[in-house]
Design a protein around this ligand. Structure first.
Ligand code: CP
Length: 303
């Protein structure tokens, strides 16, 4: 299955999500035995445009593209002509005139990847926009869950913390719901979204109640950059009331997975020892970013 763009999970059917996961699983296995077509994207040019900072997503798109033989240009907003007041539209038109085969974009503005997709001829992949969508994060999270639990359907996934400002929560809730999982949002009232991204989500303010018998506990960072100052109490108070500790984790299933998209704030939303526990999937999530993004790049540029 080819795709022109990947802009959001909301645009994908369950079959399309399954196709991407199948291809990501193929690349994950292939990377272990070293056997895959390393030239599948030879001569393709991938341009990464990150208007927000990133460690995981930017680096894994770069590695994923190179593992498939593509050339990569990591454009740097800080040294661009945006500092000379060039507009966003003119910046996009200028870069598109250099004829990349794919633009991978992260932006703080709602819907920026969709705006770019309408202006350019090449493929566009959303690497995170505002609090709206982070589709490849949800896909790599799904791959991680399937590897450990062998399915998504029927699982209970509690997404906990600053849900209101989280594109990861939105994309995950949409993906998991489409694939037959039961999603819970667990957040203090001020961090609970006013509009739900999918139907059938149960909401809890209390962490112990919200993660009760959950198969997966997905913790989220407080996104201070997307909220007004003073809208949360101190970090210590937040940890005391809403942080994931071993004591609280006992309320989930004994074999529950602990996940976090990163970056983690240890001692704020998650205790140090929980973050380093065998049930914590963070390193596996990061590793799965590469085969997942290989699958997506292959599908938008290869077919
Ligand atoms: N999960 C995630 O998007 O991390 P980065 O901001 O480091 O890319």
């Amino acid at each position: 299955m080819g795709m022109k763009h990947l802009l959001g999970i909301d645009e994908l059917s369950a079959d399309q999500i399954q196709d991407i996961l199948n291809r990501a699983e193929y690349y994950e296995r292939a990377m272990h035995n070293g056997r895959w077509d390393k030239d599948v994207l030879a001569d393709k040019m991938v341009l990464t445009l990150f208007f927000e900072s990133s460690t995981r997503t930017l680096t894994s798109f770069d590695i994923a593209a190179k593992r498939l033989g593509a050339h990569v240009v990591n454009w740097n907003a800080n040294v661009s002509s945006l500092s000379k007041d060039e507009s966003f539209s003119d910046t996009i038109d200028t870069l598109a005139a250099m004829e990349p085969d794919c633009i991978v974009i992260r932006h703080s503005e709602y819907g920026a990847p969709g705006f770019v997709a309408k202006r350019v001829d090449c493929a566009v992949v959303n690497a995170g926009d505002s609090w709206r969508q982070h589709p490849t994060q949800a896909l790599l999270d799904a791959l991680t869950i399937v590897q450990k639990k062998e399915r998504l359907e029927g699982l209970t996934v509690a997404i906990c913390g600053d849900v209101a400002h989280s594109r990861v929560a939105n994309s995950n809730a949409q993906l998991l719901t489409k694939m037959g999982a039961k999603v819970r949002f667990v957040a203090p009232q001020m961090l609970m979204p006013q509009k739900m991204p999918a139907e059938g989500i149960d909401c809890f303010e209390d962490l112990e109640e919200g993660i009760k018998d959950a198969d997966v506990v997905m913790m989220l960072r407080i996104q201070k950059e997307r909220m007004d100052r003073g809208s949360i109490p101190s970090e210590a108070a937040y940890f005391n009331n809403h942080g994931l500790t071993f004591e609280r984790l006992k309320h989930a299933k004994p074999d529950a997975l602990v996940m976090h998209p990163g970056p983690m704030n240890r001692g704020v939303e998650i205790a140090d020892d929980v973050a380093d526990d065998a049930r914590a999937m963070m390193k596996r999530q990061v590793a799965n970013g590469i085969p997942t993004r290989m699958a997506v790049l292959d599908m938008v540029m290869g077919g």
